[in-house]
Design a protein around this ligand. Sequence first.
Ligand SMILES: Cc1cc2nc3c(=O)[nH]c(=O)nc-3n(C[C@H](O)[C@H](O)[C@H](O)COP(=O)(O)O)c2cc1C
Length: 192
Amino acid sequence: MELKGRKIGVALTGSFCTYQKVFEQIKKLQEAQAEIVTIFSDASQKINSRFGEAEDFMKEAERITGKKPLLTIDQAEPIGPKSLLDLLIILPCTGNTIAKLANGITDTPVLMAAKAHLRNDKPLLISISTNDALGMNMKNIGLLLNAKNIYFVPFGQDNPEKKPNSMIAKTDLVIPAAEAALEGRQYQPVIQ
Ligand SMILES: Cc1cc2nc3c(=O)[nH]c(=O)nc-3n(C[C@H](O)[C@H](O)[C@H](O)COP(=O)(O)O)c2cc1C
């Protein structure tokens, strides 16, 4: 399905090592003429790291999309009642957000956006990046893989020798996975 004119939320959580690739994908979504709004989790708004300053990432999101990011639970809440999005992508999605989402917790702007959007029976696409995907979070990923309207950007182990439980999404597949999710399909193969 064409992305042109589709209203797409891109929700960023605190997997900072992926941000360079994530912003490349946000640019590609913008080039595909999707109407993008970004949402930042509390951690992604506050943590400055070797990967960059939080403030700079929020400015970059505004520069690319032309819209101020949503930064609070009350700013994200209208996504539900006003049915603001066709697709929400959590890109990147931390282990923390995966665990909370799978257990119905709604205490960040990103989780509020997800809950609000899912209530409208619309697709949510998740791009995971977590060191505990094959450990503590495997059960939560399993719950989400089996949940209605939830799709995954294909993912796989990124460093089996040094980080045996780590899995990360293939961010270069965000666009085809988004097109599939808009059609109610999981892009395959999901494990790569
Ligand atoms: C430099 C840095 C890099 C991090 N990278 C990751 C990561 O790749 N994946 C992950 O699940 N958590 C990562 N974290 C931990 C999360 O930021 C932390 O769990 C935070 O509570 C996530 O909150 P959020 O899911 O609401 O954004 C990282 C933290 C720091 C400081």
